[in-house]
Each structure stands twice: as structure tokens, then as C-alpha cells.
Write a protein that binds this ligand. Structure first.
Ligand SMILES: [Fe+2]
Ligand SMILES: [Fe+2]
Length: 209
């Protein structure tokens, strides 16, 4: 399927494709993430069009069954770590980036990077990657302890600080569940520490992963 020939993917076409592909609840989350990403991009001087598109498309592969994610990754040269084999859901971001490259010919690489980065991050996290990661975590229907504080931070603090806090919140959630942190977490945490002076790794287990 090739939906557009150029790098300028019309947002309405992308929205239509998302709603045709995902269940309504997931598609609505993508709509809200797109709006939030665009607002954050405007605040932080990031490309608003790219942020909106990446926000809209970020969960393109979210509903793929585990076996399909693994099979797609293996067939397309996407490396699969042990943690991802145990929890293939973790692959949905990198698989989405590759599937979008096929489905939206000419889609911008910075948009694909932001999509790929939205679960555990990539290194380095670019400003656009951070905006989309944050938007996914704080879009208006997100409801978890601390999300209001993160929204407050997002409205008042520099981008690096906001991303550091949101990433720390994600890490804490994984630690509280007793789950194993993805190896990428250490690399992203190191970038956050360099940029903000604070490590997002959970204090009780600061040496993981
Ligand atoms: Fe996702
Ligand atoms: Fe999402």
C-alpha cells in the first residue's frame, strides 16, 4: 500500500488511514496525541507539522499480535533483543516506523524516528522525538498518578526537563511493576542525566539495567 508519493503526507489522509486501521479507542488516542504534540512543538520551537504527523501515526502497529510483530521484525532486519522476544509489544514502535516507511512512501525520516522512539526511546533523543514521547504520555485522556504534575511541568519547564520527568515516570512505572527495564533505558537515561543533571532511573534500583 502506498498512500502518498511525496514527503508531504497530508494530515487528513494520515488521519483517515489511522481510523481505518486502528480500533476507535486507539485511533482517538492517536488524534489526541497529534494535537498535544502539535501544541508542545509550538511551545518548544519544534516542527509542528512533523510533530502532529508523528503523533497521529505513532501507534500504527500497536494492534499487531505479538507473533506478527516478531515475524515482521525478523523479516525486515529489525534487531530483536531478549527483552523484546519476551515482550513483543515493545517492538510496536520500531515495527511501526518500518511499516510506515512502506505504507507512506517518502515519509520524513524525522517523523519515523519519533515513531520509533515512542516506547523506550532512542539515542540520541531529538527535540521532535521528545515532543512526541511526551505527547503520548500526557495527552488529555491519560490518567495515572502524577500525570497532572507532568502536564504542569510541560506547560512551564524547558523541553529537556519535561522529557526527563516524563521518562522518569515511565521508568518508575516499569520498576513498580517489577518488570525488567529495556536496555535502551540506560542509554536514554544517560542522555537525560547529561542534559538535566538528574538521572531518570528509579532510585531503589539505580544500577539497572
Ligand atoms: Fe505505543
Ligand atoms: Fe500511544
Amino acid at each position: 500500500m502506498s498512500l502518498a508519493p511525496t514527503s508531504d503526507i497530508p494530515i487528513d489522509l494520515a488521519r483517515e488511514a489511522v481510523h481505518a486501521r486502528l480500533r476507535s479507542r486507539a485511533a482517538a488516542h492517536c488524534d489526541r496525541t497529534a494535537v498535544t504534540a502539535r501544541e508542545l512543538a509550538a511551545r518548544f520551537g519544534v516542527d509542528e507539522q512533523a510533530a502532529e504527523l508523528a503523533g497521529l501515526l505513532h501507534d500504527w502497529s500497536r494492534e499487531e499480535p505479538d507473533a506478527a510483530l516478531l515475524a515482521y521484525a525478523e523479516m525486515h532486519g529489525i534487531s530483536v533483543l531478549d527483552e523484546e522476544r519476551a515482550h513483543p509489544y515493545l517492538l510496536h514502535s520500531r515495527v511501526a516506523a518500518e511499516q510506515l516507511r512502506e505504507d507512506f512512501r517518502g515519509i520524513r525520516l524525522d517523523v519515523l524516528s519519533a515513531v520509533a522512539a515512542h516506547t523506550v526511546g532512542v539515542v540520541p533523543m531529538t527535540p521532535l522525538d521528545k515532543v512526541v514521547y511526551i505527547a503520548d504520555a500526557i495527552e488529555p485522556e491519560r490518567a495515572y498518578p502524577g500525570v497532572e504534575e507532568l502536564r504542569e511541568t510541560a506547560a512551564n519547564c524547558p523541553l529537556d526537563t519535561v522529557f526527563g520527568d516524563v521518562y522518569a515516570s515511565s521508568v518508575a512505572f516499569v520498576c513498580e511493576k517489577g518488570a525488567v527495564l529495556h536496555p535502551m533505558t540506560a542509554l536514554v537515561a544517560a542522555q537525560v542525566e547529561r542534559e538535566t543533571g538528574t538521572s531518570p532511573l528509579c532510585p531503589k534500583d539505580g544500577e539497572r539495567p
